[in-house]
Each structure stands twice: as C-alpha cells, then as structure tokens.
Ligand binder design. Structure first.
Ligand SMILES: *Cc1c(COP(=O)(O)O)cnc(C)c1O
Length: 370
C-alpha cells in the first residue's frame, strides 16, 4: 500500500469558482465587505440559520475568537474558562485579549467541557471570570441551553465552533439562536475549507455589528476608530471561493458522514470495541474532519501511531498534548483534569478525506490490531 496521508484537503476547483471570481474583475472591489462577501453572509444566514441572527466574516477563526472575546469580556475579569482539550488557538486568543486561560476538564463520553466542574470554578472565581469559551469538540453538536442561561446571567460565552460549520441536530444548525458568539473556521483543513477564513454568528445583531466594526480598524461608517480594532476582514477572493463552496457543501457533508459510518462498521467488524477501543459519543449530523478513536485503557496512542507509521499510514493525535501540557500554557491555572489526561494518552486521529475507499479504512483498522 502506498503512503496514506492523514488528510487530503479537496477545495473547490477553478471551473466551479471561476464565475464568482470574474465578478471581481467587473466590480473592481477587492475587499472591505464587498458585494461577494455580503452575498456570502446573506446566503449563510438564509441557508444555514433560518434567517435568524447575524454573521460577519473574518480572515480566520483565531482572529474571530480574539475579536469576540475582546468585545465581550467583562472589564474587571481576569480569566477565560475553557477546556484544556482544544486547539491552542482557543487559549492563545484569550491571551491576546489580556486574559489568563483557566483550564477545565471534559466529559468522558462526548469530550465537551464538564459543566459541573465549570459551575464550581465559576462560583469560586466570581467576578474574576471574564468570559467562558466552550469548544464543540471535533464538530460534535453541543446543546447550548446551559450556556445560553450563563450568557443571559451576565457571564459572556464565546463558543469555539471552528470545525462545526454545517453541524446540525434535527435540522437546526449548531449555535442557531445563541446570544453569545459562535466562531467557525474555514481553514483548508476544515470541512468547509476555503484556504483561510472564518465566521462569527450570533443571535445578538448588535454584538455582530460591534465585532464587524472591530474587524475593520474600529471604523463604523466613518474613518474614526471607536473601539479596539484590527484588520480581520475577508477579501472578495476568499468570499468567491466561499460562495462556490456553499454550492457543493451538502454533498461534502454527506460524503464525510458516509465515511464516518464506514469507519464505525469496520471497527465493529474487527471487534475493536470488545477489545476496549472507544469512540466519541456524537449527536446530530456532523461534517467530520477526521476520525477520532481512543485505544484501550492502560495502552498508549504513541505505540499505535508508531505502528501505523510502519505501515505507511499517517495519523496524528489531536489534542495531545492538551493545552495545559504545552509550554506556552504551563503556568495557567486549571482544575482537576483527570479525564483530559487520560484521553490525551489514548486519542488517535485517523486519516479522513472525501472519496476515501472502504479498502483503505479496512487496511487502517487492520493495521491497528495486526
Ligand atoms: C482550526 C481551529 C481553530 C483555528 O482556526 P483558524 O481559522 O485556523 O484560525 C481554532 N479552534 C479550533 C478548535 C480549531 O479546530
């Protein structure tokens, strides 16, 4: 078998996006919330959020997180509460806003932030909490009713939903109706990949207006900075790719769902669950980005990664090391992280791309146990 890469990002091709790009040649508008950008946003609100709430594009999700946290954090707050089991962009965004990340454990089954533990830390820290930043782990559908209440009680919530664009439950998009901020990434490795890009959604239109203002040097209407701004705008070229991607995205989600199910079938057939392997408990329709699995308790993912490498299979281990184990965050406070510590020892992220065949999946699963 020749080398099996971890991902094969498969972005939209010229023949599909050409008609959108050509509009730029006609309008001579290249950025600054131009017509393609605005059309892209309108289509997203209409096609993905039932015309509820508002969105604004950003040049990447990290800047989206920074802007949302910066606009929403409580002025006297010091800490940004978040899971340690997330991508480093989440704590980095908090640090760019002058906050200290405070790490919370995750649940054993769905790998979302543990809300009971969060509640305890919220009580302990009181006014020192600036913002809460949950993460919708690996695109899984997170029910936001608890966070909606928290947000309404005065503790701002920014959801890192980077891999979740297109995640739905009973036809409702993740984040829909949420009054905090929801941040999505359109990085090439995400399922809705356009190269670099992102989006912030909220039911709170005033909040989206403020984030949009901050993403354009703090300008609103005239060239005067009225808030702590930066340049985080999406260019018309990326918006063109985004529009063309919307045309095919439902197909892409379907392919990814089907591949996920092929993985589940092959894992079941190979008897891995009986041997103590575990997968994430998921809910809803998810545009899977890769396939995550835990090796049996008391075994190590590093052993299996090496085994796969010997078979020419490229796998990784998101998110191991977890954030609290990384140099930049070693001094950050945290609560009991026993589940995070356990999962980071066991988690493997297996190859995943649209059009991957069952034979390859079988070969990967077979390589884990042979
Ligand atoms: C990809 C990702 C980000 C960063 O997104 P960019 O668009 O690359 O800045 C942030 N958080 C999580 C959880 C991610 O998976």
């Amino acid at each position: 078998m020749k080398k099996i890469p971890f991902l094969k990002p498969n972005l939209i091709t010229l023949d599909v996006y050409k008609e959108y790009i050509e509009e730029i040649d006609n309008t001579h508008i290249y950025t600054n919330y131009g017509p393609l950008n605005n059309k892209f946003e309108e289509r997203i609100i209409e096609e993905y959020f039932d015309n509820l709430g508002a969105v604004t594009t950003v040049s990447n999700a990290t800047l989206g997180l920074i802007l949302a946290i910066s606009q929403m954090k409580r002025p006297k707050g010091k800490y940004a509460l978040m899971p340690s089991f997330t991508f480093s962009a989440t704590p980095l965004a908090a640090m760019w806003c002058g906050l200290e990340p405070y790490f919370i454990d995750i649940n054993e089954d769905d790998w979302f932030m543990n809300q009971e533990q969060l509640e305890e830390v919220l009580n302990q820290l009181g006014d020192e909490v600036a913002v809460v930043v949950p993460y919708a782990t690996f695109g899984n559908y997170l029910d936001l009713s608890y966070y909606q209440k928290l947000h309404e009680s005065g503790i701002p919530v920014v959801l890192d939903a980077a891999p979740c664009f297109g995640t739905t439950y009973n036809g409702q998009h993740i984040g829909q109706g949420f009054k905090g901020a929801v941040v999505f990434s359109f990085h090439a490795t995400k399922s809705f990949g356009i190269g670099e890009g992102g989006l912030v959604y909220s039911q709170d239109e005033e909040l989206i207006k403020n984030i949009r203002t901050a993403a354009n040097f703090g300008y609103y209407g005239k060239r005067e900075s009225i808030t702590l701004g930066i340049n985080a705008k999406m260019s018309e070229y990326f918006a063109a790719i985004g529009l063309a991607t919307l045309d095919v995205y439902q197909e892409k989600i379907l392919k990814r769902e089907q591949l996920y199910n092929v993985y589940l079938e092959e894992i079941t057939n190979a008897g891995l669950f009986e041997q103590g392997w575990q997968v994430q408990k998921t809910r809803g329709k998810i545009p899977f980005q890769f396939f995550s699995i835990l090796c049996p308790k008391d075994e190590l993912n590093t052993y299996y990664l090496k085994k796969l490498e010997e078979k020419n299979i490229q796998a990784v281990s998101y998110f191991s090391p977890a954030c609290h184990q990384q140099k930049q965050f070693l001094n950050c406070p945290y609560s009991d992280l026993s589940i995070t510590n356990e999962i980071t020892k066991r988690v493997l992220s297996l190859p995943f791309w649209e059009d991957m065949s069952r034979d390859i999946v079988r070969y990967i699963i077979g390589s884990l146990i042979s």
